[in-house]
Design a protein around this ligand. Structure first.
Ligand SMILES: C[S@@+](CC[C@H](N)C(=O)[O-])C[C@H]1O[C@@H](n2cnc3c(N)ncnc32)[C@H](O)[C@@H]1O
Length: 236
């Protein structure tokens, strides 16, 4: 089991349903500004975002690196695969990365990932993502919590240091008369907006901080594919 699979097993205990709903509504209202027939949700998690959009007539595909998340989506009848963005074939009118997905990558992986995103975007396509602000990491995500239910116990110990959030998850799940223990650490990375302003194939057209849990804890990033010929680009 990977650390992303452990996150998938523990997510229902985190109490983030309401925040997820608010975030999904922000994406839906942004997407209304574009003519979208096909959408790729990268890091789709349990598929709740594409489930709603598919019901509204948009052809949606999801991908996620957690097999546990993908299994949950498939059981809901959604078109979801456990595959890296670099191995996807089709092109889409819109691509989204919702709820900190970009923070799961360090800077080098992120730049490769964004390049793969631009390759999978149609020429007039839009890419929307959100990232944690420095405040979101240091004041909201940093800290400890525990959740105790009849059959499960989860403890979370998150420390933000040197622009990295190290979150240690420990999950006990009742199996018969015993408890199975799962433990792993997820690392998330703070990214400065500057990184997103100098991309070769994606043009940042809007970025705005907003408050999901607390003051300005997230930033929404909206990109269009940059189709300016590369040689011309060097002179602009
Ligand atoms: C915080 S969850 C958000 C899930 C979903 N987007 C939502 O709005 O509820 C982050 C998800 O990103 C996935 N993930 C992280 N890095 C990824 C990558 N490089 N490619 C695809 N999925 C990734 C994780 O497995 C996890 O399901």
């Amino acid at each position: 089991m990977t650390n992303l699979d452990l996150y998938a097993k523990a997510e229902h205990l985190l109490g983030i349903e309401e925040a997820t709903q608010v975030l999904h509504d922000i994406y839906k209202s942004q997407l209304k500004n574009y003519n979208i027939k096909t959408l790729l949700d990268v890091g789709c998690g349990n598929g709740s975002f594409i489930q709603v959009l598919s019901n509204n007539g948009i052809k949606c595909k999801g991908i996620d690196l957690s097999q546990v998340m993908v299994g949950e989506c498939i059981s809901k009848g959604l078109d979801v695969e456990c595959i890296d963005i670099a191995d996807i074939d089709n092109k889409y009118d819109a691509i989204v990365c919702i709820f900190d997905v970009l923070n799961f990558m360090d800077k080098n992986s992120l730049l490769k990932f964004l390049d793969a995103i631009s390759n999978r975007l149609k020429d007039d396509g839009v890419f929307i993502a959100d990232i944690n602000t420095l405040y979101g990491f240091s004041e909201v995500a940093d800290g400890t919590m525990s959740v105790d239910t009849e059959n499960e116990f989860l403890s979370i110990d998150a420390e933000f240091l040197n622009n990295e959030l190290h979150t240690k998850l420990t999950l006990f799940q009742k199996e018969g008369n015993q408890y199975a223990k799962f433990q792993d650490t997820i690392i998330q990375f703070f990214h400065k907006i500057k990184i997103f302003k100098n991309l070769e194939n994606l043009k940042l057209i809007d970025n705005r901080s907003f408050s999901l849990y607390d003051d300005d804890d997230k930033t929404l990033l909206i990109f269009k594919k940059d189709t300016t010929p590369k040689k011309l680009n060097n002179f602009i």
